[in-house]
Design a protein around this ligand. Structure first.
Ligand SMILES: [Zn+2]
Length: 235
Protein backbone atom coordinates (compact mmCIF):
# COMPACT_ATOMS: atom_id res chain seq x y z
CA UNK A 1 0.00 0.00 0.00
CA UNK A 2 2.74 2.40 1.02
CA UNK A 3 4.73 1.59 -2.09
CA UNK A 4 1.68 1.97 -4.29
CA UNK A 5 0.86 5.36 -2.78
CA UNK A 6 4.47 6.44 -3.04
CA UNK A 7 4.55 5.36 -6.68
CA UNK A 8 1.35 7.35 -7.39
CA UNK A 9 2.83 10.50 -5.82
CA UNK A 10 6.05 10.12 -7.83
CA UNK A 11 4.02 9.61 -11.02
CA UNK A 12 1.91 12.70 -10.27
CA UNK A 13 5.04 14.78 -9.71
CA UNK A 14 6.50 13.51 -13.00
CA UNK A 15 3.32 14.38 -14.90
CA UNK A 16 3.26 17.87 -13.35
CA UNK A 17 6.95 18.41 -14.19
CA UNK A 18 6.47 17.33 -17.81
CA UNK A 19 3.34 19.50 -18.11
CA UNK A 20 5.29 22.51 -16.76
CA UNK A 21 8.13 21.97 -19.23
CA UNK A 22 5.66 21.70 -22.14
CA UNK A 23 3.87 24.85 -20.91
CA UNK A 24 7.12 26.84 -20.55
CA UNK A 25 8.32 25.67 -23.98
CA UNK A 26 5.05 26.62 -25.67
CA UNK A 27 5.27 30.07 -24.04
CA UNK A 28 8.85 30.48 -25.24
CA UNK A 29 7.85 29.56 -28.77
CA UNK A 30 5.08 32.16 -28.62
CA UNK A 31 7.55 34.81 -27.39
CA UNK A 32 10.09 33.94 -30.06
CA UNK A 33 7.41 34.35 -32.72
CA UNK A 34 6.67 37.89 -31.57
CA UNK A 35 10.28 39.10 -31.82
CA UNK A 36 11.12 40.50 -35.23
CA UNK A 37 14.70 40.16 -36.44
CA UNK A 38 16.59 40.67 -39.68
CA UNK A 39 16.13 36.96 -40.38
CA UNK A 40 12.38 37.46 -40.82
CA UNK A 41 12.32 39.86 -43.76
CA UNK A 42 9.26 38.71 -45.66
CA UNK A 43 6.87 41.43 -44.58
CA UNK A 44 5.09 43.70 -47.00
CA UNK A 45 2.83 46.61 -46.04
CA UNK A 46 -0.27 44.40 -45.96
CA UNK A 47 1.20 41.65 -43.79
CA UNK A 48 2.84 44.26 -41.53
CA UNK A 49 -0.49 46.02 -41.01
CA UNK A 50 -2.16 42.67 -40.36
CA UNK A 51 0.46 41.87 -37.73
CA UNK A 52 -0.09 45.24 -36.04
CA UNK A 53 -3.85 44.71 -35.99
CA UNK A 54 -3.53 41.15 -34.66
CA UNK A 55 -1.35 42.55 -31.88
CA UNK A 56 -3.92 45.23 -31.20
CA UNK A 57 -6.64 42.58 -30.88
CA UNK A 58 -4.55 40.79 -28.23
CA UNK A 59 -3.98 44.12 -26.50
CA UNK A 60 -7.71 44.96 -26.50
CA UNK A 61 -8.37 41.64 -24.78
CA UNK A 62 -5.38 42.26 -22.47
CA UNK A 63 -4.26 38.65 -22.46
CA UNK A 64 -0.99 39.73 -20.86
CA UNK A 65 -0.06 42.45 -18.37
CA UNK A 66 -3.74 42.63 -17.42
CA UNK A 67 -4.56 45.45 -14.96
CA UNK A 68 -1.93 47.82 -16.36
CA UNK A 69 -3.20 47.74 -19.93
CA UNK A 70 -6.68 46.25 -19.71
CA UNK A 71 -10.14 47.67 -20.37
CA UNK A 72 -10.47 49.00 -16.79
CA UNK A 73 -7.19 50.92 -17.11
CA UNK A 74 -8.33 52.41 -20.44
CA UNK A 75 -11.69 53.37 -18.98
CA UNK A 76 -10.15 54.96 -15.88
CA UNK A 77 -7.61 56.95 -17.91
CA UNK A 78 -10.28 58.21 -20.28
CA UNK A 79 -12.49 59.23 -17.37
CA UNK A 80 -9.81 60.73 -15.14
CA UNK A 81 -7.27 61.89 -17.72
CA UNK A 82 -3.57 61.11 -17.84
CA UNK A 83 -1.08 61.88 -15.08
CA UNK A 84 2.20 60.37 -16.29
CA UNK A 85 5.10 60.48 -13.83
CA UNK A 86 7.97 60.86 -16.30
CA UNK A 87 8.80 62.08 -19.79
CA UNK A 88 11.09 59.70 -21.67
CA UNK A 89 12.84 60.94 -24.80
CA UNK A 90 14.52 58.05 -26.57
CA UNK A 91 15.40 56.56 -29.96
CA UNK A 92 12.96 55.05 -32.47
CA UNK A 93 15.02 51.84 -32.47
CA UNK A 94 12.56 48.91 -32.34
CA UNK A 95 14.68 47.23 -29.65
CA UNK A 96 14.30 50.15 -27.26
CA UNK A 97 10.76 50.16 -25.89
CA UNK A 98 10.48 52.46 -22.83
CA UNK A 99 7.11 51.13 -21.67
CA UNK A 100 8.63 47.64 -21.51
CA UNK A 101 12.05 48.70 -20.19
CA UNK A 102 10.49 50.47 -17.21
CA UNK A 103 7.67 47.95 -16.84
CA UNK A 104 4.98 50.61 -17.10
CA UNK A 105 1.39 50.52 -18.22
CA UNK A 106 -1.07 52.93 -19.76
CA UNK A 107 -0.85 56.49 -18.48
CA UNK A 108 2.51 55.99 -16.75
CA UNK A 109 5.11 57.57 -19.01
CA UNK A 110 4.97 60.30 -21.66
CA UNK A 111 7.16 58.96 -24.44
CA UNK A 112 8.80 60.87 -27.28
CA UNK A 113 10.74 58.77 -29.76
CA UNK A 114 12.91 60.03 -32.58
CA UNK A 115 16.00 58.48 -34.18
CA UNK A 116 19.05 59.33 -32.07
CA UNK A 117 16.87 60.97 -29.36
CA UNK A 118 17.67 64.36 -30.83
CA UNK A 119 15.74 67.51 -29.97
CA UNK A 120 13.96 69.60 -32.58
CA UNK A 121 11.02 72.01 -32.45
CA UNK A 122 8.38 69.25 -32.28
CA UNK A 123 10.24 67.35 -29.57
CA UNK A 124 10.72 70.42 -27.40
CA UNK A 125 7.07 71.38 -27.97
CA UNK A 126 5.99 67.95 -26.71
CA UNK A 127 8.24 68.34 -23.66
CA UNK A 128 6.81 71.81 -22.95
CA UNK A 129 3.35 70.26 -22.99
CA UNK A 130 4.41 67.46 -20.65
CA UNK A 131 6.02 69.82 -18.17
CA UNK A 132 3.65 72.79 -18.36
CA UNK A 133 0.25 71.13 -18.85
CA UNK A 134 0.72 67.66 -17.38
CA UNK A 135 3.08 68.82 -14.58
CA UNK A 136 5.48 65.93 -15.14
CA UNK A 137 8.42 66.26 -12.72
CA UNK A 138 11.07 64.19 -14.51
CA UNK A 139 12.56 64.24 -18.01
CA UNK A 140 14.77 61.28 -18.90
CA UNK A 141 16.80 61.37 -22.12
CA UNK A 142 17.69 57.76 -22.90
CA UNK A 143 20.39 56.81 -25.39
CA UNK A 144 21.20 53.20 -26.15
CA UNK A 145 23.85 50.68 -27.15
CA UNK A 146 24.32 50.03 -30.87
CA UNK A 147 22.47 53.19 -31.95
CA UNK A 148 22.46 53.40 -35.75
CA UNK A 149 21.87 57.17 -35.66
CA UNK A 150 24.97 57.76 -33.52
CA UNK A 151 27.01 55.35 -35.63
CA UNK A 152 25.98 57.02 -38.91
CA UNK A 153 26.52 60.55 -37.60
CA UNK A 154 30.16 60.29 -38.71
CA UNK A 155 29.01 59.87 -42.30
CA UNK A 156 28.89 63.03 -44.37
CA UNK A 157 27.34 61.55 -47.52
CA UNK A 158 23.80 61.18 -46.12
CA UNK A 159 21.72 64.09 -47.36
CA UNK A 160 18.11 65.22 -47.02
CA UNK A 161 16.13 65.19 -43.79
CA UNK A 162 18.05 62.20 -42.41
CA UNK A 163 21.30 64.09 -43.05
CA UNK A 164 19.95 67.04 -41.05
CA UNK A 165 19.02 64.72 -38.19
CA UNK A 166 22.49 63.12 -38.19
CA UNK A 167 24.09 66.58 -38.24
CA UNK A 168 22.61 67.16 -34.79
CA UNK A 169 24.61 64.16 -33.50
CA UNK A 170 27.84 64.75 -35.47
CA UNK A 171 29.38 67.23 -32.95
CA UNK A 172 28.99 64.60 -30.19
CA UNK A 173 30.78 62.05 -32.36
CA UNK A 174 33.60 64.51 -33.15
CA UNK A 175 33.97 65.36 -29.46
CA UNK A 176 34.21 61.66 -28.57
CA UNK A 177 36.64 60.99 -31.42
CA UNK A 178 38.94 63.77 -30.17
CA UNK A 179 39.28 61.87 -26.88
CA UNK A 180 40.62 58.83 -28.76
CA UNK A 181 40.14 55.16 -27.93
CA UNK A 182 38.73 52.26 -29.89
CA UNK A 183 35.80 52.72 -32.28
CA UNK A 184 33.39 51.12 -29.79
CA UNK A 185 34.66 53.43 -27.01
CA UNK A 186 34.18 56.42 -29.30
CA UNK A 187 30.62 55.33 -30.14
CA UNK A 188 29.78 54.79 -26.47
CA UNK A 189 31.11 58.24 -25.48
CA UNK A 190 29.39 59.83 -28.50
CA UNK A 191 26.10 58.23 -27.39
CA UNK A 192 26.48 59.76 -23.91
CA UNK A 193 27.59 63.16 -25.31
CA UNK A 194 24.56 63.11 -27.61
CA UNK A 195 22.27 62.47 -24.62
CA UNK A 196 23.97 65.33 -22.74
CA UNK A 197 23.49 67.60 -25.75
CA UNK A 198 19.75 66.85 -25.81
CA UNK A 199 19.60 67.38 -22.02
CA UNK A 200 21.28 70.79 -22.43
CA UNK A 201 18.88 71.92 -25.16
CA UNK A 202 15.90 70.81 -23.03
CA UNK A 203 17.29 72.48 -19.88
CA UNK A 204 17.84 75.77 -21.74
CA UNK A 205 14.27 75.86 -23.02
CA UNK A 206 12.44 78.84 -21.49
CA UNK A 207 9.39 76.90 -20.28
CA UNK A 208 11.36 73.95 -18.90
CA UNK A 209 13.96 76.24 -17.29
CA UNK A 210 11.25 77.97 -15.27
CA UNK A 211 10.28 74.63 -13.70
CA UNK A 212 13.89 73.54 -13.20
CA UNK A 213 14.67 76.82 -11.42
CA UNK A 214 11.54 76.34 -9.33
CA UNK A 215 12.94 72.99 -8.20
CA UNK A 216 10.02 70.93 -9.51
CA UNK A 217 11.55 69.43 -12.66
CA UNK A 218 14.75 67.46 -13.19
CA UNK A 219 16.41 66.52 -16.47
CA UNK A 220 18.50 63.36 -16.35
CA UNK A 221 20.30 61.18 -18.88
CA UNK A 222 20.72 57.46 -19.26
CA UNK A 223 21.98 54.71 -21.51
CA UNK A 224 20.15 51.46 -22.21
CA UNK A 225 22.08 48.23 -22.76
CA UNK A 226 20.51 46.08 -25.46
CA UNK A 227 22.46 43.14 -24.10
CA UNK A 228 21.59 43.28 -20.40
CA UNK A 229 18.47 45.44 -20.46
CA UNK A 230 20.01 47.63 -17.74
CA UNK A 231 19.62 51.42 -17.78
CA UNK A 232 22.79 53.21 -16.65
CA UNK A 233 22.22 56.77 -15.47
CA UNK A 234 24.73 59.40 -16.57
CA UNK A 235 26.44 61.44 -13.86
ZN1 LIG B 1 19.15 54.54 -31.77
Amino acid sequence: MYNKLNFSIICSICVLAIASIVFINSNNTENEKTIQTSIDSNFNSTSSLNKLMEGNKKYVDATYNASIIDAKARESLLKNGQKPFAIVLTCSDSRVVPENIFYTGLGDIFVIRVAGNVVDESVIGSIEFGVDSLKIPLILVLGHEDCGAVYNSKSTDIKGSLGKLLNKIAPSYEKAKALGGSESEIIQRATDFNVENSMNIISENKVVKKYINGGVVDVIGGNYSLETGIVRLLN
